[in-house]
Design a protein around this ligand. Structure first.
Ligand code: SF4
Ligand code: SF4
Length: 57
């Protein structure tokens, strides 16, 4: 399990990648989350200005 990016909402701003404590996010056109590195802390969910990241239920 890992945080999930909504590619329709992501603008590729990079804020999430800068905020992730585990360096689990890279940004190409949109944010991509390394499922093995993500610990589901939720920081990126709170930091994304576009509401593009969510944690699975
Ligand atoms: S903070 Fe949100 S909009 Fe910005 S790159 Fe990350 S997921 Fe995309
Ligand atoms: S939930 Fe936490 S560990 Fe996972 S990508 Fe977001 S900030 Fe990084």
């Amino acid at each position: 399990m890992a945080a999930v990016v909504d590619k329709e909402l992501c603008t590729g701003c990079g804020t999430c990648a800068e905020s992730c404590p585990n360096e689990a996010i890279t940004v190409d056109d949109v944010a991509v989350i390394d499922e093995d590195a993500c610990v589901e802390c939720g920081v990126c969910v709170d930091e994304c200005p576009n509401g593009a990241i969510s944690l699975p239920d």
